[in-house]
Structure formats: structure tokens, C-alpha cells
Design a protein around this ligand. Structure first.
Ligand code: IPE
Ligand code: IPE
Ligand code: MG
Length: 248
């Protein structure tokens, strides 16, 4: 799947500019561990340890926004031990990584529900967001307890609460009430772990995103894989419903 080639087709003359925003569905941790005879949680541990090099790699390629899907609103339905273990590892990762992210010019943002995060984690995230707010090298947006549908429901609620009139309900107004307000739509969605689905990720924002899927599990998604995904993106032709640029 990662090797989807355009056999027999010429590369397009009009390569898109490099993506401004890449969003990653970090999947395949559990199978990565099971394939090695390890507990699923060991896969999540290896997964959280992979985040640092991937951020660095995307930053080096000039990507301005990187969104990482770390826990979905549906992931609560897993066995309690796995859910507890995941949150523990995610909280440890925030504590371990924040100073390094800050030193590397990373600005942190969060999308997703805040009300179900354990208070110490919520506070650690709030503090990290405040600490890194002026950093400009790359923006890292962490999707934690995130679901695309609940994000849209919450946006509609906020619009109604603000008294927005029917005529003022526009695409721009909806976008401005989503958790991602102010963040450009993702140009490229990467999914590791081999599945070909969105799993409730950025439903509104991905209307015209390019997709890239690889069988590689998230813990093994390396700098080389980052390069391969960006190279695949460079072969795409984005038309946004219009025509090939040579025929405009
Ligand atoms: C992704 O890995 C991490 C989360 C969803 C939290 P999975 O745990 O879904 O790994 P697989 O898909 O079972 O291999
Ligand atoms: C998507 O992976 C969510 C995250 C990577 C955080 P899942 O493993 O939860 O997705 P499904 O259940 O296979 O669709
Ligand atoms: Mg999965």
C-alpha cells in the first residue's frame, strides 16, 4: 500500500508545493507489540517514544503544522487496563518531552475534549501550551480524546449559544468554531498500521486532503518513512474539483 505507484503514468508537471500541514493517524502499536510477543502496552510505549524523531523529521522538511492522533473518543471502549495504561504513557510522554519540544521551537496545541482528561494531564497540557505559545518552528497539534463528529456537534452548540443567525452559518463560520480554528486544513493525512480509514479523524478538515497509508506500525515509522510519504505527496496532483493545471 505504501508503495502505491503510478505505474505507466508520467509524474505530473505541476507538483504541489510541500505540505503546510501533515496529520498522522498513529496506528498499529498493538499489532507491533503482538508481532513481537509483547504486551500491547509495550507497543504504546514504543509509540510514544517515536514521537520525538517524527516531529523533528517533519520540522526539517519545512512542515509548519503537524497533527498527531493519539487517542480517539472511541478508544475509551478498549479494556480498562489498556485505557489506563495508555493515559499513563501519554501523561509521561507530555512530562518527558515538553522541555525538549520547547527548546526545539515547537508550539503545542490540543484538539479534542478536555473534560475527560485527568486533571494533572489537563494542567500539564495547559502549561505546555502556555510555555510554547510563541514558538514558531513547527506547531504540534495533539489530538487527545478527539473525535471529528463530537467536534462538529460542539461547534454547532457554540454557534447556537453565540446567537449566530441561519444566514450567518457559513463554511467559514463552522470552521471558526471547530477546535482547529486558525489552523489550515491538512494537506496530507498519513495512516500507519495498514488500515484505510479515517476513524473519526478531522472529518470536516480533510475534505480535500491527500491520503497516504503505510503498513509500517507507528513505532517503526522512521525519518525514511517521513521522506517516502512526502515524496508520494509530491507526485499527487491536487485539483480541488477543478481541472488539471495544464487544461485550465
Ligand atoms: C494506535 O495503536 C494507538 C491508539 C489507537 C491509541 P492501536 O492500539 O490501535 O494498535 P493496533 O491497531 O491495535 O495495532
Ligand atoms: C485510530 O486508531 C485512533 C488513533 C490512532 C488514536 P484505532 O485503532 O482506534 O482505529 P480503528 O478502531 O482501527 O478504526
Ligand atoms: Mg488500531
Amino acid at each position: 500500500m505504501a508503495t502505491q505507484t503510478r505505474a505507466g503514468r508520467k509524474p505530473y508537471d505541476h507538483a504541489p508545493p510541500p505540505p503546510t500541514h501533515v496529520a498522522v493517524i498513529m496506528d498499529g502499536n498493538g499489532r507491533w507489540a503482538e508481532n513481537r510477543g509483547l504486551q500491547r502496552l509495550e507497543g504504546h510505549r514504543a509509540g510514544t517514544r517515536n514521537i520525538r524523531r517524527v516531529i523533528q523529521a517533519f520540522a526539517e522538511h519545512g512542515v509548519e503544522y503537524l497533527t498527531l492522533y493519539a487517542f480517539s473518543t472511541e478508544n475509551w471502549s478498549r479494556p480498562p487496563d489498556e485505557v489506563d495504561g495508555l493515559w499513563r504513557l501519554l501523561a509521561e510522554a507530555v512530562d518527558r518531552e515538553v522541555q525538549d519540544l520547547h527548546a526545539n521551537g515547537v508550539r503545542l496545541l490540543h484538539i479534542g475534549r478536555k473534560d475527560r482528561l485527568a486533571r494533572p494531564l489537563r494542567e500539564a497540557i495547559e502549561n505546555a501550551i502556555a510555555l510554547t505559545k510563541d514558538n514558531r518552528r513547527i506547531t504540534l497539534c495533539v489530538a487527545l480524546d478527539y473525535g471529528g463528529r463530537v467536534e462538529i456537534v460542539d461547534a454547532v452548540r457554540r454557534m447556537l449559544a453565540a446567537g449566530i443567525k441561519p444566514d450567518d452559518v457559513t463554511e467559514q463560520a463552522i470552521a471558526a468554531h471547530l477546535d482547529t480554528a486558525g489552523i489550515p486544513d491538512p494537506d496530507l493525512i498519513i495512516r500507519t498500521g495498514g488500515e484505510m480509514r479515517l476513524s473519526n479523524f478531522l472529518l470536516w478538515q480533510t475534505a480535500y486532503s491527500e491520503y497516504y497509508a503505510t503498513d509500517t506500525g507507528w513505532p517503526d515509522f522512521s525519518e525514511v518513512e517521513v521522506q517516502q510519504a512526502l515524496a508520494a505527496y509530491a507526485q499527487r496532483q491536487r485539483r480541488f474539483g477543478g481541472l488539471d493545471p495544464s487544461r485550465r
